[in-house]
Design a protein. Sequence first.
Length: 159
Amino acid sequence: MAVRKPAKRGTQKSAKGTRATRKKVAEFTDEEKGAMRERVKELQAAAGKADGERAVLEKIATMPAADRVLADQLHAIVKVSAPALSPKLWYGMPAYARDGKVVCFFQAAQKFKTRYATFGFSDEANLDEGALWPVTFALKKLTAADEARIGALVKKAVS
């Protein structure tokens, strides 16, 4: 007498047909990866109580001439306009913070291979004016009038 196997109630489908389709994810650029690596170093340095002023000045010293001149000028403007802000590196660029939170920052043109450097303010800056206000400025060079304007914005940002 042969043993009869019970009939299966359904057929098993291959896992291949039920897999979700994966979308191709865009990769980070080399510049973005570099900025992230620098940010990790900054966080590690902050945990070790590294000297922010020294780190910012060292970073400025490594910049190409055009960016270095702007960064030096902005560093001096911020130090005079808002001495309470603490220099620190933020994503590998000079920044100035109050209570550990970045208020304003400089981004070198060379960093992301752009045609101009930028000086910007974070949402920690007190620059709100109506429903629209500028927070980042493109820089090619700074005149005395530009320095005065930036100094006034930095003072307002920390007020």
